[in-house]
Design a protein around this ligand. Structure first.
Ligand SMILES: Cc1ncc(COP(=O)(O)O)c(C=O)c1O
Length: 313
C-alpha cells in the first residue's frame, strides 16, 4: 500500500463539466481520493496511515477496531493491516450477525472482504457495542485478544486528523470552497487545518445529530468552516429514491461512481446549493471524493428489500 511512499498520495483533481455549473457561473473539481488505493480508499487511507505507522513503531502486531456490518472503516482496516503484516480484530455491532457466520459472510460483502483479509471478527450486541470507549470494556478485550493498537470506531483520532491534513496540497490553494462528507468529523478537521485563510470548508454530515460541531472543534481551532445539515436524507445509511437517481445520473454523465452513504449525499447537496444560487459568481469549488464504494453492494441489498431503484455499478 505504500503508506510510506509519498508519490501515491498525489491525487489528481478532476474537472467536472455540467450545465448547472455553467448556468450558475461556478467551477467544480473532484479530488479523486477514491483512487488512492484499491482497497484502502479515500479518507480511510489518510486516517489509517499514521495509526498503522504508530502500531508498527510501538512494535504492536495487532490492531483492533469497531464498526457496523457495512463499515468502510472495517474493510479498509482489514486490508491495510494485512498489507502491513499486522493482525486485525473487528468488533462488529450486532450479535445476531454472529449466530450463523456462514450465512452472514455469504450475504455481507464487507464482512466477507474483512475475513478474506484475515480480520478476526467478534460480534457484540448493540448494548455492548456502546461501551466501545469504556476503559473496563477495552481492558476485557485485551484479556481476550492480548495487547493491541486501538483504532476507534470510524478511525478518528489525532493521528487520523494528521493524515487528513495531507488531503489538500499547495496546488489546491486556488480553490475558494472545499467540500467533504462528514461522519465522525476527523476528515473535515484535517481539511480545515490545512485549508488556507481565504478558503471556506463546507461539511455535509451523512447523519443527524449536533455532536459533530463539538468533535470538529476538538481537533481544530479555526473557524473557516460550516456544516450543511440539510442533506442527510433521514440519517446514517438512510436513502431516498431521489438520491439513488442522482448517483446514477452522475455516474452516467461523469463516469464517476459515488457512494450512497457519504459522497452521494455531499454531491447531491452541493449541486442543490449551486442550483439555488448559494455560491457567488466565479466561485471555484473543490469537492473531495472520500471513497466508500465498497458499501454499495450492501446498500443494494437493502434497496432490493425496500423496492427502491438500485445503484448502478
Ligand atoms: C467514504 C467516506 N466518506 C466520508 C466519511 C466521513 O469521514 P469522518 O468520519 O472522518 O467524518 C467516511 C467515514 O469515515 C467515509 O467512509
Amino acid at each position: 500500500m505504500s503508506f510510506i511512499n509519498p508519490e501515491i498520495t498525489k491525487i489528481p483533481n478532476q474537472d467536472i463539466q455540467h450545465s448547472i455549473l455553467e448556468l450558475n457561473n461556478v467551477t467544480l473539481s473532484l479530488k479523486r481520493e477514491d483512487q488512492i488505493h484499491t482497497e484502502v480508499s479515500g479518507n480511510k487511507f489518510r486516517k489509517l496511515k499514521y495509526n498503522m505507522m504508530a502500531a508498527q513503531d510501538q512494535m504492536i502486531t495487532k490492531v483492533l477496531t469497531f464498526g457496523g456490518a457495512y463499515s468502510n472503516h472495517i474493510a479498509a482496516t482489514a486490508a491495510a493491516a494485512k498489507e502491513l503484516g499486522l493482525q486485525s480484530i473487528g468488533i462488529i455491532r450486532g450479535d445476531e450477525l454472529g449466530k450463523d457466520i456462514k450465512k452472514t459472510l455469504a450475504q455481507n460483502e464487507t464482512l466477507r472482504f474483512a475475513v478474506e483479509n484475515e480480520m478476526q471478527l467478534k460480534f457484540v450486541s448493540r448494548e455492548v457495542y456502546r461501551k466501545k470507549t469504556d476503559a473496563i470494556f477495552l481492558e476485557s478485550l485485551k484479556q481476550e485478544f492480548g495487547d493491541f493498537y486501538l483504532v476507534p470506531e470510524g478511525g478518528t483520532n489525532d493521528l487520523a486528523v494528521k493524515g487528513c491534513e495531507e488531503i489538500l496540497t499547495t496546488t489546491d490553494q486556488d480553490f475558494d470552497v472545499i467540500c467533504t462528507a462528514v461522519g465522525t468529523g476527523g476528515t473535515i478537521s484535517g481539511i480545515i487545518n490545512s485549508a488556507v485563510e481565504h478558503q471556506k470548508v463546507l461539511g455535509f454530515p451523512a447523519l443527524k445529530g449536533d455532536f459533530l460541531k463539538e468533535e470538529i472543534e476538538h481537533y481544530s481551532s479555526k473557524t473557516n468552516w460550516e456544516l450543511i445539515t440539510a442533506y442527510h436524507f433521514g440519517g446514517y445509511g438512510k436513502v431516498k429514491s431521489e438520491l439513488i437517481d442522482f448517483i446514477n445520473s452522475f455516474k452516467k454523465e461523469q463516469q464517476i461512481q459515488l457512494d450512497p452513504v457519504y459522497t452521494g449525499k455531499m454531491m447531491y447537496g452541493l449541486f442543490d446549493m449551486i442550483k439555488n444560487g448559494y455560491f457567488r459568481k466565479n466561485t471555484r469549488i473543490l469537492a473531495i471524493h472520500t471513497g466508500g464504494l465498497q458499501g454499495i453492494a450492501g446498500m443494494n441489498q437493502t434497496l432490493i428489500k425496500k423496492r427502491l431503484p438500485l445503484i448502478e455499478i
